[in-house]
Ligand binder design. Structure first.
Ligand code: SAM
Ligand code: SF4
Length: 476
C-alpha cells in the first residue's frame, strides 16, 4: 500500500507514468539564441501542451530553452489550480526559486496558467519575486510583457478570450521522447461541474480549426512521431465550422481525419465526458485499427444524488449505459479509466459505497483518485458546506484506491497469455537491457530489448503483470 495521508490525490499509474505526468521541465534547445528560458509545468497534459506553445512564442523572441534553472534568464512556472495542494506546491517552489534569484538578480520570474488566471494581480503582491503573471489565453502578449519587465515594470495579462486557440503556432516539443506528442484540439470548458475551477481559469470552450490540427498531425508524422493524443477538457463536444459555413466537423469526424493521416500513427484522445460521448465516436474507434481502444471516462462518483450536486448532468444509470455501449461496440478488452472524487459535500457512507460498486461494475483499468478540495469561487464553494471531515475523505479515498488496485490487477491478469502490439517509448527505468512502451489500452509493457528500439511497434507476449505494468517477451 502506498501512503496516502500527505497527498491530495493518488493514481495507480506506474512510477514511469507518474514521473512523466506530474512536473515537466524544459529540455535544452541550442539554436544560438542569446537568452535562456526555463519552464516548469504542473498539472494536466493541457498545461504541458501550452508550455510547448509558450516555448515557440519565446523562441521567436530570442530565447532557447534550458533544463538548468541556474542558466535561465527567464523562469516560467506553468501552474495548476485544480486542488489546493497544486497551488501550495507552486508557492513552495517560488520560495526555492528565490534562492536562485538572489544569486542572479536579473532573472525574471513569471507565473503562467490557471493559478495566474485565478489570482491575477494579487499574485504579484503575495509573491514578491514574481515579475509577470500571464493567463492561458494571453501567451501571444508575452513579448510585450517581457519588454515591460525588461524596462523595470511588473506585468500582468489575464484576459480570457472566446477565440484564441493558438492554431497557427507551431509548438516546440518539450520533454518529447520523439515518439508521442500532444495536440491540443480545443480550449476552455463550458461545463460547470460544481467542484471545478477550470471554467473560471481557462474560459469558454472553443474548438480549433480542424485543418490546423491535421497539418500538425502530418508534420509530426513527417518528423517520425508515431502517436498523437488529441487534448481537450471535453473532446466529445469538439465542434468546428469554417467561416463560410461550408464545412462542419464534430469529434468523431475529426478522429477519423486524424486516423487517416497515417495508418502507422496511433491516435489517442482525452478527456471524454460521459454526457457527450456518442456511439458515432465508438464506431469510429472500431473502424480504425490505429485509434487506440482506450477511453478516459471520468465518473467522479457512482451515486446519482452526488452527481447531481456535482452538476455532472448525468446519473449513474446514464454512465452505466455509456460503459455498456463501449463494451458492446468495442468489446471487453477496451481500456477504460476514470477520475474519482472522495468525500464531496454531504456524501454519505452509502453514497460512497455506490462509487465502489460502480468501480466493481466497470472494472476500470486505472483511475486518478482525489479527495475533494474546495476551490474558491466554484459553485460548490458558494452553495455547499465542505462538511466531510478530512480523515473521512482520506479513508474513503483509501478504499477507492484499494478497489482500483484490485481491479487493475484483475484486468492486467486478463492480459497474460496474449500478444500485445506495443509502441516502444523508451528504455525501462530499471534496466537499459529492457524497453518500455504501451499497448493499445495504454498499459505500460516492459520486455527485453533484443534488437528493438524506440519508435518500433513490437508484438509482445505478456507472461506476467503487477498492478501497474505488464511484463513480456517480444515475438516476431
Ligand atoms: N475535464 C475533465 C472531466 O470532466 O472529467 C477533468 C478535468 S480536471 C482538470 C481533472 C480531474 O480533477 C477531475 O476529473 C476531477 O476528478 C479532479 N478535480 C477537479 N476539481 C477538483 C476538486 N475541487 N477537488 C478534487 N478533485 C478535483
Ligand atoms: Fe472541470 Fe467539469 Fe469542465 Fe472537466 S468538464 S474541466 S471537471 S468543469
Amino acid at each position: 500500500m502506498e501512503p496516502i495521508l500527505d497527498l491530495d490525490f493518488i493514481d495507480n499509474r506506474t512510477p514511469e507514468q507518474a514521473a512523466a505526468c506530474d512536473t515537466h521541465v524544459t529540455q535544452e534547445t541550442n539554436t544560438g539564441k542569446t537568452r535562456k528560458l526555463y519552464i516548469e509545468s504542473y498539472g494536466c497534459a493541457m498545461n504541458f501542451s501550452d508550455s510547448e506553445i509558450v516555448s515557440s512564442i519565446m523562441h521567436e523572441q530570442g530565447f532557447d530553452t534550458t533544463s538548468e534553472i541556474e542558466q535561465a534568464d527567464l523562469v516560467f512556472l506553468n501552474t495548476c489550480s485544480i486542488r489546493e495542494k497544486a497551488e501550495q506546491t507552486v508557492r513552495n517552489r517560488l520560495a526555492q526559486i528565490n534562492y536562485h534569484k538572489k544569486k542572479k538578480p536579473s532573472m525574471m520570474i513569471g507565473v503562467l496558467g490557471c493559478m495566474a488566471e485565478r489570482l491575477k494581480k494579487s499574485l504579484l503582491e503575495e509573491e514578491k519575486i514574481v515579475d509577470l503573471v500571464v493567463g492561458p489565453d494571453a501567451y501571444r502578449d508575452l513579448p510585450n510583457l517581457i519588454s515591460e519587465v525588461d524596462g523595470g515594470q511588473k506585468a500582468v495579462n489575464v484576459l480570457l478570450s472566446r477565440e484564441e486557440t493558438y492554431a497557427d503556432i507551431n509548438p516546440i516539443r518539450l520533454n518529447s521522447n520523439g515518439v508521442s506528442a500532444f495536440i491540443s484540439i480545443m480550449r476552455g470548458c463550458d461545463n460547470m461541474c460544481s467542484f471545478c475551477v477550470v471554467p473560471f481559469t481557462r474560459g469558454r470552450e472553443r474548438s480549433r480549426d480542424a485543418h490546423s490540427i491535421i497539418r500538425e498531425a502530418e508534420a509530426l508524422v513527417a518528423q517520425g512521431y508515431k502517436e498523437v493524443t488529441l487534448l481537450g477538457q471535453n473532446v466529445d463536444s469538439y465542434k468546428w465550422a469554417s467561416e463560410d459555413g461550408t464545412e462542419a466537423v464534430n469529434f468523431a469526424q475529426l478522429l477519423e481525419k486524424v486516423a487517416l493521416v497515417s495508418a502507422d500513427l496511433r491516435v489517442r484522445f482525452s478527456t471524454s465526458h460521459p454526457k457527450d460521448i456518442t456511439d458515432e465516436v465508438l464506431y469510429t474507434m472500431k473502424k480504425y485499427d490505429n485509434i487506440c481502444k482506450y477511453i478516459h471516462l471520468p465518473a467522479q462518483s457512482g451515486n446519482s444524488r452526488v452527481l447531481e450536486l456535482m452538476n455532472r448532468t448525468y446519473d449513474r444509470a446514464w454512465y452505466i449505459n455509456r460503459v455498456d455501449a463501449i463494451r458492446s461496440i468495442l468489446g471487453e478488452s477496451c481500456g477504460i479509466s476514470s477520475d474519482m472524487i472522495a468525500g464531496f459535500c454531504t456524501e454519505t457512507e452509502e453514497e460512497h459505497q455506490d462509487t465502489l460498486s460502480l468501480m466493481d461494475y466497470v472494472q476500470y483499468d486505472y483511475s486518478y483518485m482525489f479527495f475533494y478540495s474546495e476551490r474558491p469561487g466554484t459553485l460548490a464553494a458558494r452553495k455547499f458546506e465542505d462538511d466531510i471531515p478530512l480523515e473521512v475523505k482520506k479513508r474513503r479515498l483509501d478504499e477507492i484506491i484499494n478497489k482500483q488496485r484490485e481491479t487493475s490487477l484483475a484486468r492486467n491478469k486478463h492480459d497474460i497469455g496474449k500478444v500485445h502490439r506495443v509502441l516502444v517509448e523508451n528504455f525501462s527505468k530499471k534496466s537499459a537491457e529492457q524497453l518500455s512502451g504501451r499497448n493499445d489500452q495504454n498499459k505500460v509493457v516492459i520486455f527485453d530489448k533484443k534488437h528493438y528500439k524506440k519508435g518500433d511497434y513490437v508484438n509482445v507476449f505478456v507472461h506476467d503483470c503487477s498492478v501497474g505494468t505488464l511484463f513480456g517477451e517480444a515475438v516476431d
